[in-house]
Design a protein around this ligand. Sequence first.
Ligand SMILES: NC(=O)C1=CN([C@@H]2O[C@H](COP(=O)(O)OP(=O)(O)OC[C@H]3O[C@@H](n4cnc5c(N)ncnc54)[C@H](OP(=O)(O)O)[C@@H]3O)[C@@H](O)[C@H]2O)C=CC1
Ligand SMILES: CCCCCC(=O)O
Length: 459
Amino acid sequence: MTTYAVTNPATGAVEKTYPTATDEQITEAVNLAAETFTSYANTSFEQRAQWMHRVADLYEERLDQLCSIITREMGKPVRQAEFEVKISVSIYRYYADHAAEFLADEELPVARGGQAKVQYDPVGVLLGIMPWNFPYYQVARFAGPNLMAGNTIVLKHAPQCPESAEVMEQIFHEAGFPAGAYVNIYASNEQIAERVIPDPRVQGVSLTGSDRAGAAVAETAGKHLKKVVLELGGNDPFIVLDREIVPQAVELAATSRFGNAGQACNAAKRLIVLEEFYDDFVEQLKTAVEQVQLGDPTQPETAMGPMSSQQALENLDAQVRDAIDHGATAHVGGAPEDREGAWYPATLLTGLTPEMRAYSEELFGPVAMVYSVASEEEAIKLANDTPYGLTATVHSSDPARAAEVGNQIHTGQVFINETSTTAAELPFGGVKRSGFGRELGPYGIKEFVNVRLVKYSKN
Ligand SMILES: NC(=O)C1=CN([C@@H]2O[C@H](COP(=O)(O)OP(=O)(O)OC[C@H]3O[C@@H](n4cnc5c(N)ncnc54)[C@H](OP(=O)(O)O)[C@@H]3O)[C@@H](O)[C@H]2O)C=CC1
Ligand SMILES: CCCCCC(=O)O
């Protein structure tokens, strides 16, 4: 049974619980979103933008409260929580400012005369299923564009984020959105599969999470012919091509790998380094990893807090122990801290081989893995040797060389001489088992609209 609760990963203490919705409450929630859609779809972009900017204002006004909530829910250090709230604000403002432009009618040439245009119409009620690693940002990527497009949304957040889920719904309603435009539900997965996705008024599903969750939800959605957007896991390669770039690459690798305690789908997870300077890279990275100290996530100076939950820590610990048992070397870290809470130290592993779970599975925690390769061709081959395809980063003192290598890696995003970042104006998404569809930028607002042709006769 799904339990919605605030379980502070720094202490393991259950601080607050929330009742899972009854079936009747789930039905009422979808009814409300569906009934609201009729009127909401007819609101103007200007009206939606006014409400959306007010949401952004309220996020800014309540920054400290919002940060405190997710620090308690999933252990995010307060400075990183501030970054997350601020990028969420930027997403809401971006879509408030650009939705009308992105969804403007488009005139089409008609070979046999007459006139034609495409209009981007809202489709109805959308279900969002979001994870715990960025509680506000993941929702913003879904709520921002789709509310501006005129859809109404029903959100099922992760069970460990009930308080952030509650406060977001409150903010949207306080900002002026109709109650049925944004509806939060503390639903079980069974209720989602049996009562929400099959509902003929629900037109689509957007999920961010594991490929396991994505496959389960997409199967149900497919059965009911509902479109899905899936933003799933990754096992992202980080390739280093020459010695000159090593110091910069080490710094970027540590930043990308250990931010959010390594719980980011787009984190640099497999560091792939040419053998002629591999030892140098490992030595410099070891120094950087040793400097990543665990600390109280409520303190501004803390760079890394606990993992998001005891379960997440146990999953990671099993993967790392399996690697070490099969011959991998832990140069730093490699086992949970012996104390209350989900405390796992920054870890550096080398000697990964294909029979280890860590070679093929995503390590969703603070564990950097370094691979040595003999050539650029071997680096590309290894980078592509994964069922995932989210981001790739390539580092070289010759950016053109890095770009050429990046073009041969099968991912939804590639970054040259920087970490895989995200911004409101840049599309985000993957290929292969990292999912499909795009969020953010001009693409994210066109995933759940009806691209509707209107044709006029030439007479
Ligand atoms: N791409 C990303 O940003 C993220 C990826 N992940 C991936 O997920 C892995 C583990 O994290 P985990 O907590 O298991 O993430 P999950 O994928 O299980 O959870 C993500 C969201 O999906 C929901 N969910 C899962 N299964 C179903 C289902 N059958 N029907 C409806 N909703 C469902 C979860 O709710 P519930 O918990 O109730 O099942 C949660 O709200 C990580 O290793 C990472 O690969 C995790 C977080 C973010
Ligand atoms: C702000 C960082 C983005 C992380 C994207 C993800 O884990 O889905």
